[in-house]
Design a protein around this ligand. Structure first.
Ligand code: FDP
Length: 338
């Protein structure tokens, strides 16, 4: 039976039924007869944690969550109170799921080994940036949570070694944007789904089943204040883009900038600079999950002209990388200058 369309147009437009994230994940699990359910539990922990974080972000300034803690994280960056709160929320929610072997966060120097016994259960490594773009918090700008899920390699008891897998090994990746609405975008390797949190119901509802990035889009997104400190070839690309009628858009929060790029097309760039010769963004919990999403949506992501991001062999948990990602034609255009 098909369900009639909402007469007021107030329900999501995905067709016949209302699909929550939970329904979607369970339906997906049933399509894989060998699935243990561990991954579904982890995704449900991500949903719960990000609802809690969204609530804190939405009430910033009303409750005491803004401002710095006066401490620095492992990257030497000032920790905001909400960075630390979000980190704790994720670790506590994920910690109760027996399928999680290791968690690794931007906020913690070392990965945390939660379960060591090898009892045959399939376990996973979950990496995350709990609150990306947190310098936007004070001005009520868009911030987000990014996550990447890898299979736990039981052959190694060294947490760092089990974490250091190339992006091609990710089994799932996603982000939540705490913007004018709370949007969860994720992939388990079979296309990209987009959900919006309905605050009245408390559920993420599916709004787009197979998100595709436009093949091209005349938008570049980078910190143009760095222009004079970029390698010449990036400056030449910028010159070309401006001569050819491109617009610039840059929030300065990776989740917000990548989300816009995914929906509207264009290219997002964080090139090497004099200050950050290897780029600023982190490979394992920023660039890799975003690259899996972008590729699953039909886009491209590179660390350098001939270096596909997902094939970079990681050496350390917090390593940085240059980023060129977005619409396939725009990424190739940038690469043609390099
Ligand atoms: P932030 O420092 O505010 O957490 O990963 C860090 C990040 O933000 C990204 O979200 C964002 O894309 C980038 O840094 C912004 O860096 P710049 O301020 O150097 O442009």
């Amino acid at each position: 039976m098909s369900i009639p369309e909402s007469p007021l147009g107030v329900l999501p437009s995905t067709g016949e039924n209302l699909i929550t994230l939970q329904t979607h994940v369970l339906a997906n699990e049933r399509r894989h007869p060998g699935a243990t359910g561990a991954l579904s539990w982890i995704l449900s922990a991500m949903a719960l944690s990000t609802k809690i974080i969204a609530d804190k972000v939405r009430r910033a300034r009303l409750v005491d969550v803004l401002g710095s803690l006066g401490a620095e994280n492992v990257q030497g960056e000032v920790q905001q109170k909400l960075d630390v709160i979000s980190n704790e929320v994720l670790i506590r929610c994920l910690g109760t799921r027996s399928g999680v072997a290791i968690v690794a966060s931007e906020e913690d120097e070392e990965p945390t080994f939660l379960r060591t016994q090898s009892d045959g259960e399939q376990r996973y490594v979950v990496l995350f940036d709990p609150l990306d773009g947190s310098s936007n918090l004070d001005v009520a700008g868009g911030v987000g949570t990014i996550f990447s899920i890898l299979r736990h390699d039981r052959r190694s008891n060294d947490p760092e070694a089990s974490v250091l897998q190339a992006g091609t090994e990710q089994v799932a990746a996603g982000y939540v944007l705490y913007g004018s609405s709370t949007v969860l975008v994720m992939t388990t390797g079979d296309g990209v789904q987009m959900f919006v949190l309905d605050p009245a119901v408390g559920s993420y509802l599916l709004v787009e089943e197979r998100l595709r990035i436009p093949d091209a889009g005349k938008i570049y997104s980078l910190n143009e204040g760095n222009r004079l400190s970029l390698p010449d070839e990036y400056q030449q690309y910028l010159h070309w883009a401006q001569e050819n009628g491109y617009s610039g858009r840059y929030v300065g929060s990776m989740v917000a900038d990548v989300h816009r790029t995914l929906l509207k097309g264009g290219v997002f760039l964080y090139p090497p600079t004099k200050k950050a010769p290897n780029g600023k963004l982190r490979l394992m919990y920023e660039a890799n999950p975003m690259s899996m999403l972008i590729e699953q949506a039909g886009g491209k992501s590179f660390a350098a002209k001939e270096q596909r991001m997902l094939e970079v062999g990681p050496e350390t948990l917090h390593q940085r990388t240059p980023v060129i990602l977005g619409s396939p034609e725009e990424v190739d255009r940038v690469r043609s200058f390099l």
